[in-house]
Design a protein. Structure first.
Length: 403
C-alpha cells in the first residue's frame, strides 16, 4: 500500500448562518464549486487526474441534496471522469471525507481524491432533514435521545466543568481567532467568496468577536435550561442514563457554543507518485485515521475515545502530538478532552475555533485540517491530531505530519 499526502487545503470564510448573513444569497452548490475551482487553479491541476470527490453535507435535502458532490464537480468544470459522492457523519462529515479520500489513495483506488464538505445553514436549517433518531418515539426512547446542548451540559456536570470554565474558554477562543485573523494565519487557505457577478462579497469569518469578555458572556441566559427542566424535560431523560448526576447544571449558551454559519472547504489528497507527475509538493502526510462509536445519549465524548484509538494505530501517545485541533462544538467538549489527556491550553485550538468562527456542520472537519496545517507550517512544528465530536455518539480523528 502507498501513503497519502495532503497537497492543498482551501476553505471559504464562514458567513453568519442567518438570512442577514453575507453568504445567505450564495448556494451550497456555488460555495462547493468555488472551492473545487480554487483547488484546480491554485495547483494547475489536470482534473482528469482526480478520481473522486467525497463531500460532507449534514442536511442533504433541497438544494443541498441529490449528491451535491457530483453536481459541484460538474459546475466547477472538472473532467467528467471525476466522480463525486456525498456523505454524512454529522459534524465530522468533512473530516470523514478527508479520511475516505486518504483511504482511497492508500488502497490504490485513487491517485488523487478531494475530501471536504459544505453547509449553508442560513438556507437549509439544521435538522430540517428529520430522521428517526430524534423524531420516532420508539427510537428516541430506546437511545435516550436528547438534544446536543443537553448532552454538553451533562458533560459539564459529570466532569465538574463550571459556567465560568466554559465562559473563560469561549473568551479565549474569540481572542485567539481575532489574533489569528489579524496576523494573517489563515491567508494560505482562505478563498474569498464571489457572487454571480464575480464580485468578492466575503473574505473573513463573519462571527469573530475579539472584544468578548467574561462580563459580556455572563449576561447570557443558559440556552438549554428550559428544554431540560420544563418542556419537554430532557434532563429527566439524560438522568435515566446518568442517575449519579442527580441534577444537570446548565452552563452553555450562545456565547460558549459553536456558531451557526455557512461555509465550504476541500482538501486535495494524493499519492507521492501522483504528486510528482503533477509537479506538486506535499505539505503533510496522513499518519493514521479512525472513527468510533460512543454512548449516544451524552454523545459528545467520542473525541476522547477516537483519539486513543488513532494514537494507538499510529504507535504514538498524546505527548508525541505537537498541536491538537478539536472542534469547539461546545466549550465543555474541549475542556473534557483536555482533562482526559492532560493537554495544556497552549497546545489545543491555538488559532481559536468554532465558538468564535462558527461551525458549518458538513465543512468544519476539512476547515480545521487547514487551520492546524498552516499553524504547523508557521511554527515549524511537526504533528497534529484533529478531532470532532459527532451526534448520536461517535468520534472521528486524524493524525497528520508536516512535510
Amino acid at each position: 500500500m502507498t501513503e497519502a499526502y495532503i497537497y492543498d487545503v482551501v476553505r471559504t470564510p464562514r458567513g453568519r448562518g442567518k438570512n442577514t448573513g453575507t453568504l445567505h444569497e450564495i448556494t451550497a452548490l456555488s460555495l462547493s464549486s468555488q472551492v473545487l475551482g480554487a483547488i484546480r487553479d491554485r495547483n494547475s491541476l489536470d482534473t482528469s487526474l482526480v478520481d473522486d470527490v467525497i463531500w460532507g453535507c449534514v442536511t442533504p435535502i433541497g438544494e443541498q441534496g441529490a449528491d451535491i458532490a457530483r453536481t459541484a464537480v460538474l459546475m466547477a468544470d472538472y473532467a467528467e471522469t471525476t466522480a463525486g459522492v456525498q456523505i454524512n457523519r454529522f459534524c465530522a462529515s468533512a473530516l470523514e471525507a478527508v479520511n475516505m479520500a486518504s483511504a482511497k489513495v492508500i488502497a490504490g483506488e485513487a491517485d488523487f481524491a478531494i475530501g471536504g464538505g459544505v453547509e449553508c445553514m442560513s438556507r437549509i436549517p439544521m435538522g430540517s432533514d428529520g430522521g428517526a433518531w430524534p423524531t420516532d418515539p420508539q427510537v428516541a426512547i430506546k437511545t435516550r435521545f436528547v438534544p446536543q446542548g443537553i448532552s454538553a451540559d451533562a458533560i459539564a456536570t459529570k466532569y465538574g466543568i463550571s459556567r465560568d470554565d466554559c465562559d473563560a474558554y469561549a473568551v479565549e477562543s474569540q481572542k485567539r481567532s481575532a489574533k489569528s485573523w489579524a496576523e494573517g494565519r489563515f491567508k494560505r487557505s482562505i478563498l474569498p467568496v464571489k457572487d454571480q457577478l464575480g464580485t468578492i462579497i466575503l473574505d473573513h469569518d463573519e462571527t469573530v468577536r475579539g472584544d468578548a469578555s467574561m462580563q459580556s458572556l455572563g449576561s447570557l441566559e443558559p440556552s438549554f435550561k428550559m428544554m431540560g427542566e420544563v418542556m419537554p424535560g430532557f434532563d429527566a431523560v439524560i438522568l435515566q442514563r446518568y442517575p449519579e448526576l442527580e441534577k444537570i447544571n446548565h452552563v452553555h449558551h450562545a456565547g460558549n457554543s459553536s456558531g451557526i454559519v455557512d461555509g465550504s472547504a476541500g482538501v486535495l489528497i494524493g499519492s507521492k507518485e501522483a504528486g510528482e507527475r503533477a509537479g506538486l509538493k506535499p505539505r503533510a502526510r496522513i499518519v493514521a485515521t479512525a472513527s468510533v462509536g460512543s454512548e449516544p445519549s451524552i454523545m459528545l465524548t467520542g473525541p476522547e475515545f477516537v483519539a486513543a484509538k488513532v494514537l494507538k494505530k499510529a504507535g504514538m501517545t498524546a505527548k508525541d502530538i505537537d498541536l491538537f485541533e478539536l472542534n469547539e462544538a461546545f466549550a465543555s467538549v474541549v475542556l473534557r478532552y483536555m482533562q482526559a489527556f492532560d493537554i495544556p491550553h497552549d497546545k489545543i485550538n491555538v488559532c481559536g475555533g468554532s465558538i468564535a468562527m462558527g461551525h458549518p456542520l458538513g465543512a468544519t472537519g476539512a476547515m480545521i485540517v487547514g487551520i492546524v496545517l498552516e499553524e504547523l507550517e508557521r511554527t515549524g512544528k511537526e504533528t497534529a491530531l484533529i478531532n470532532l465530536c459527532v451526534g448520536a455518539g461517535m468520534g472521528t480523528g486524524t493524525i497528520i505530519q508536516r512535510i
